[in-house]
Design a protein around this ligand. Structure first.
Ligand code: HEC
Ligand code: HEC
Length: 459
């Protein structure tokens, strides 16, 4: 597949992390600061605007029924809430009067909203907003399609995501995104030394959606991403700003900002389970965990010990699309080039499978596995009872099964025709969305699983 220059440019903006207007930049050596990292995330317009307040207020006019009529009859404040809910926009914690941009967007002071990292890395669980929790509600494709439609009626200019999403799907299922493919496309047009070469062609693109991992576990990890191929340093986080028009000297100037972002990410604590825990049962579950699960996921508590391991694909057996989508050539490009400081930072060119992640705060980060295919910890432990198709409720938390409150189906109901509605169903039959694998709980009986489930609440 050949990519012409214009197409590539729009793709280049896709991840929404192009720092064209950053003003927070201080060049040279400075100590990374977690506080500054969060400040940058909340206030800095890293990107050109995605849309403005006027567009936001009109989005409901594109909705199918019954949502459209409900919005039409609502007062403006309610309509705004309905809009946030429709697109998985997370209210910012400091937004007490309902006027601020969603978490994951910053304002340019002129009514424009600009997307940043927290669009995917700021979420809510049981209705509580937590920056660093993956946004398991995001409806990025639906939002972008509707913004494009409203821009056409309001005669406004289409920008990066509006155009990019015509070529590359942003997500097929809400709560997950095709983010890995964005990174691959952007990297394609840079030589390892970061000089631009538009004649380079991307590998065949295997579109698939990934569930972002919770940020609070990054500090326990020695390397990044589902396959652990990438060094835990600021530059890999900058892969998504590799627009052709961003020269190397600008990237270098922005590096301290990304060091601050990483410092903030590594400062985060997992949230505590907010409901009742049966401590006696959990203690029994800890034994089960330490015998069956700890060899890969480590131990927890005051003397807990986690050492990151990658488990071969044929042993773990979870969906292979993520592993297949990122080629050894892409990782070699990283190893040879600027992103890894020319090989000074370790890059794993041939990872065997997926990393067994730390399980701190695991109660909060449903759905599970790298592709977000399993809605609760109960389903994770009951390998043969995982739903084929499921749909979450907005804020429901299933305290019995520990995870998302869902409805399960054999297939997506045939009356669900509108794409925006279909994306609310997680269909494990689609490419990249299998809920198979990780059959390790099969050695346990029901009593052990019950205790283990209780223990997992305590992590
Ligand atoms: C469009 C959604 C999206 C946006 C925007 C986004 N990310 Fe991510 N991020 C993901 C996904 C999905 C993954 C998992 C990728 C994988 O494991 O292969 C990820 C993984 C990560 C990881 C690795 C975590 C781990 O445990 O290995 C870090 C760190 C990270 N992102 C930081 C950032 C930063 C910093 C930004 C902003 C500059 C950002 N992300 C913007 C979706 C996004
Ligand atoms: C042989 C190593 C291994 C063993 C044993 C193992 N796991 Fe895992 N586990 C993994 C890997 C690898 C993943 C990531 C799979 C993926 O995302 O596709 C994972 C994922 C998970 C997840 C989802 C994490 C997330 O953030 O989505 C949970 C929860 C989990 N394991 C719990 C357990 C429990 C409980 C046990 C014991 C019954 C267990 N695991 C045993 C390797 C293991």
């Amino acid at each position: 597949m050949r990519f012409e220059r214009r197409r590539m440019r729009s793709l280049a903006f896709l991840l929404g992390i192009c720092l064209v207007t950053s003003t927070a930049v201080v060049a040279g050596d400075r100590q990374p600061s977690a506080a500054r990292g969060y400040e940058i995330l909340r206030t800095h317009p890293f990107l050109p605007p995605d849309f403005d307040e006027e567009i936001l207020a009109a989005l409901w006019t594109t909705w199918p029924e019954p949502e459209r009529s409900a919005a039409e009859q609502a007062d403006p404040a309610t309509r705004r809430k309905l809009t946030f809910s429709y697109y998985g926009l997370i209210p910012a914690p400091e937004d007490t009067d309902g006027t601020r941009p969603a978490l994951g967007y910053v304002s340019d002071g002129q009514g424009n909203w600009i997307m940043n990292c927290l669009a995917c890395h700021g979420g809510k669980v049981a209705g509580k907003v937590i920056p660093g929790l993956p946004n398991s509600h995001t409806a990025l494709q639906t939002l972008t399609e509707d913004v494009r439609m409203v821009k056409l009626t309001q005669k406004k200019r289409l920008t990066h995501l509006d155009l990019g999403s015509l070529k590359i799907p942003l997500n097929a299922t809400n709560g997950t995104t095709n983010a890995v493919i964005f990174g691959i496309v952007l990297g394609t047009y840079r030589r390892p030394d970061m000089s631009v070469d538009l004649t380079r062609t991307p590998p065949p693109l295997l579109h698939h959606d990934v569930d972002a991992p919770p940020f609070w576990n990054v500090r326990k990890k020695t390397s990044l991403y589902a396959d652990g191929h990438s060094p835990k340093t600021p530059r890999p986080l900058m892969q998504f700003i590799l627009l052709p028009e961003v020269p190397l000297e600008t990237l270098t100037k922005w590096e301290p900002d990304f060091a601050d972002l990483l410092a903030w990410i590594e400062s985060l604590e997992p949230p505590k389970y907010p409901f009742a825990i049966n401590r006696e049962l959990a203690a029994a579950g800890e034994k089960v965990f330490n015998e069956t699960c700890a060899r890969c996921h480590g131990t927890y508590g005051p003397h807990g010990k986690y050492e990151q391991q990658t488990i071969a694909l044929d042993e773990i057996g979870t969906d292979p699309a993520r592993w297949n989508s990122l080629t050894p050539q892409h990782r070699q490009w990283m190893k040879d080039g600027w992103v890894s400081r020319f090989g000074q930072d370790p890059v794993e060119v041939n990872p065997s499978g997926y990393v067994a992640p730390p399980l701190d705060g695991i109660w909060a980060s449903a759905p599970y596995f790298h592709n977000g295919s399993v809605p609760t910890l109960w389903h994770l432990l009951h390998v043969n009872s995982r739903p084929v198709v499921w749909k979450r409720t907005e804020d429901g938390y299933d305290q019995e099964k520990v995870g998302l409150e869902v409805e399960s189906f054999d297939k997506v109901p045939s009356h669900v025709k509108v794409a925006a509605h279909r994306r609310r169903y997680f269909n494990t039959r689609l490419t990249g969305k299998s809920a198979a694998g990780h059959t390790f709980p099969n050695v346990l009986d029901e009593t052990e699983k019950r205790a283990l489930l209780e223990y997992l609440k305590t992590l």
